[in-house]
Ligand binder design. Structure first.
Ligand code: UD1
Length: 427
């Protein structure tokens, strides 16, 4: 198994190209199931989760072809073709590996009239049920059965009628599943209190490019008029706002300056506001945002919320940065329970963090010290990388497979801005 080794204490300076967004890619890939035409997606990040999603689609009968990538280039293009759907069953061994596999449920149901998907089971950052996915599909007219760890959804007479659903809690994944099911329904569907994350906008834009009819894109009220069929498209995945935010924190925690090339400010206002409140200087240019430290980091009070609020996927990285701020910071996690798993590991590096239920108090300290650490989820792993970049001495982050799920060529990007970081094989 690999680990990432860091010699901390280097000030980072330079440019980091921002990759395509993992969470957008995972919602765009299942759209291949909605058409018998070819779908080409560009700017797909080279990540383990994207590969796993491709394998899942292959099992369902979708052919995938990856275009050659030139050395040193990030991202790649993939052409997906679901001429026929060979199987409508997403098995446990795929869904267990990657929760986002549940996103084949809506499109498969819409195209084939039925879909059987394994229940994802527990997850490191909380229970993460799929009840809202199922309720939304039921309101669009699906019949849902649960048996032997699987959910089977069926459209009466082979096609969903469409319908209205009001989400009791904002859910990104459930909004995506409902959208992909509604685009091929017989009639009109309305989604109220829908998620407004930029990745949802990216999904809507692709569906429209494929011939879908969606009103209210970017708002919490989406109206979808079902169409008879969708056609192929050639579409580029949006830049990753969480990757960009994570490298912005790398500039902050190392007292450095990083130009996030390709980052889109409108997708990450809450993160940018928080960085500015921390005392970082932000310079906006045509193709990105430059984030530079300017003296001591200031403490903050932050609460996670659905978009346009502060993203839960940025909480761990900010905690690492705020552990070196000049004073006490307060964080509140309102989206997922159990999303403070990085805290015991950060403490082993010297961070002073108290947890009270869903709140955390971070007492800023002078310095962190390197250690061997491991994390149990993707963003938690990134917070340990950030801590390691600033820490005195050597840090080794174990269980790198978490990072490989969400950060394209992390060690290359950080080395290019001056970090001493390498991947080591631990045998
Ligand atoms: C997506 C992102 C994840 C991000 C999260 C919140 C992907 C692949 N993942 O996850 O990185 O952290 O949005 O921005 O895009 N809930 C239910 N029932 C459901 C669905 C969700 O109770 O059926 C709850 C969840 O437990 C959580 C909240 O709703 O408390 C929000 O979850 P949701 O937005 O659905 O997250 P994901 O789509 O899984």
């Amino acid at each position: 198994m690999d680990s990432i080794w860091i010699q901390g204490g280097k000030r980072l300076e330079g440019k980091i190209p921002i990759s395509g967004a993992k969470n957008a890619a995972l919602a765009l890939l299942p759209c291949a199931l909605l058409t018998e035409d070819k779908l080409t997606l560009g700017n797909l990040p080279r990540l383990a989760d994207v590969d796993s999603f491709g394998h899942l689609l292959n099992q369902l009968g979708v052919s995938t072809m990856i275009e050659g990538v030139r050395r040193g280039e990030y991202g790649r293009r993939m052409t997906l073709h679901a001429a026929d759907i060979a199987s409508t069953v997403a098995p446990y061994d795929m869904v267990r590996k990657m929760r986002a596999s549940i996103l084949v449920l809506g499109p498969m149901l819409a195209r084939a009239g039925e879909a059987t998907v394994s229940l994802p089971g527990g997850c490191a950052i909380g229970d993460r049920p799929i009840d809202l996915h199922l309720q939304a599909l039921e309101c669009l007219g699906a019949e849902i059965e649960l048996a032997a760890g699987y959910v089977k959804a069926t459209a009466p007479n082979g096609r969903l009628p469409g319908g209205d659903y009001s989400f009791p809690v904002v859910s990104v994944g459930a909004t995506e599943n409902a959208l992909m099911a509604a685009v091929l329904a017989r009639g009109r569907s309305q989604l109220f209190n829908a998620a407004r994350e930029p990745e949802i906008v990216d999904l809507c834009n692709l569906l429209v490019a494929m011939g879908g009819q969606i009103e209210g894109i970017g708002s919490s009220h989406l109206t979808i008029d079902g169409v008879e069929g969708l056609h192929g498209a050639d579409y580029d995945v949006m830049p990753d706002r969480i990757e960009a935010g994570s490298y912005a924190c790398a500039a902050g925690i190392t007292g450095g300056s990083i130009d996030l090339v390709g980052a889109r400010a409108d997708d990450m206002r809450a993160t940018l506001n928080a960085l500015a409140q921390c005392g970082l200087i932000l310079e906006f240019h045509d193709n990105g945002i430059k984030v530079s430290a300017d003296g001591a980091l200031k403490p903050l009070a932050l609460s996670t919320a659905p978009f346009p609020g502060f993203a839960t996927d940025m909480q761990a990285q900010f905690m690492a940065m705020l552990s070196l701020a000049d004073g006490e910071s307060f964080l509140e996690e309102t989206i997922f329970e159990n999303r403070y798993m990085h805290v015991p590991e950060l403490r082993r590096m010297g961070a002073e963090v108290e947890i009270h239920g869903r709140s955390a108090v971070v007492h800023g300290i002078e310095k962190l010290t390197g250690a061997q650490v491991m994390a149990t989820d993707l963003r938690a792993s990134m917070s340990l990388i950030l801590a390691g970049l600033a820490a005195e001495g050597e840090t080794e982050v174990l269980r790198v497979y978490h990072l490989d799920r969400g950060y394209e060529r992390l060690e290359e990007k950080l080395s290019a801005v001056g970090a001493t970081i390498e991947r080591r094989s631990t045998g």
